[in-house]
Design a protein around this ligand. Structure first.
Ligand SMILES: Cc1cc2nc3c(=O)[nH]c(=O)nc-3n(C[C@H](O)[C@H](O)[C@H](O)COP(=O)(O)OP(=O)(O)OC[C@H]3O[C@@H](n4cnc5c(N)ncnc54)[C@H](O)[C@@H]3O)c2cc1C
Length: 250
């Protein structure tokens, strides 16, 4: 059985229609999708006992109407499953998106998340995210960076960063060699280590994620993942996606 890491769908810059490479070793792959724009239309039209087989211009207007008037439920019948490889610090931000139903009095957890486990898997094959350069800390926004890069003409800072990652892996191996359990040894690994998970969410939850994480206030790295999700989602439900994205973020 080969590992997920060997089967990286976006490895070596080999992007496909269903997989987008993100950062140096990450990707987002569309694994499966349930529903189309017609699913949204038929979910709404069932109220009138009607079902359509082809999407008409009238249906496109209906989708727009539903989005504009916050009739979210028809959009929740569309579900997309992604395989994502992201630095751990991006996964921590991603995992905050736990609810798929907005403006509901009884929100339902309709997203699903399953992740590779460093209790089972040896971290040796895992990659570390290395940025092209270091962004400066923003002075007027405590949580943000600026577009300006810290000067590092001879690459010393980047070398230190890489060395630290390698050193953490060396200590990790040292602990394993002494019989320390993987679940404890992983504690020395830094937040830029890549993790992998499957994530399934409704179209409504996806748009909520994309709107919040494409925003200029979100961290640069997760913005790239939001862009990748947008690119893949647009292929599945072009009309519904644009209609929802055109609405103000929640
Ligand atoms: C730029 C940025 C900075 C952030 N900084 C931090 C930070 O410093 N620390 C931190 O902990 N988090 C931070 N977050 C995460 C943020 O607080 C949210 O947890 C995250 O964006 C998920 O958004 P959400 O609540 O809309 O998503 P979900 O939890 O998936 O919820 C989706 C929608 O469901 C509805 N909903 C959810 N729960 C309920 C409920 N109980 N009752 C009724 N409706 C509900 C809401 O409309 C919500 O928008 C940050 C997010 C962003 C975008």
């Amino acid at each position: 059985m080969s590992s997920l890491i060997e089967e990286n769908p976006a490895a070596d810059n080999q992007e496909t229609e269903r997989a987008v490479q993100v950062l140096d070793h990450g990707f987002v792959e569309l694994v499966d999708a349930m529903g189309t724009d017609l699913t949204v239309v038929n979910s709404a039209r069932v109220s009138f006992g009607k079902r359509k087989k082809e999407l008409s211009d009238g249906d496109k207007k209906l989708i727009k109407y539903l989005a504009e008037h916050k009739h979210w439920s028809p959009f929740r019948h569309v579900q997309l499953q992604f395989h994502c490889k992201v630095p751990e610090f991006v996964a921590r931000q991603w995992y905050k998106h736990v609810v798929g139903i907005s403006y509901s009095e009884a929100p339902t957890n309709d997203h699903a998340w399953n992740e590779i486990s460093l209790r089972y898997v040896d971290a040796s094959e895992f990659k570390f995210y290395t940025p092209d350069g270091f962004r400066k800390q923003s002075e007027d926004n405590k949580q943000a960076s600026t577009d300006e890069l810290v000067k590092d003409p001879d690459g010393k800072l980047l070398a230190e960063y890489r060395n630290h990652c390698q050193k953490s892996l060396d200590i990790y191996h040292h602990l394993l060699e002494h019989g320390v359990a993987r679940e404890q040894a992983r504690g020395v690994l830094p937040l830029n280590i890549y993790t992998e998970f499957y994530w399934t969410a409704s179209l409504q939850a996806l748009v909520n994620f994309i709107q919040l994480r494409q925003h200029a206030g979100a961290q640069y790295e997760i913005r790239l993942y939001a862009d990748a999700l947008a690119q893949l989602t647009r292929q599945v439900v072009p009309v519904s996606f644009e209609a929802l994205l055109g609405q103000p973020a929640h």
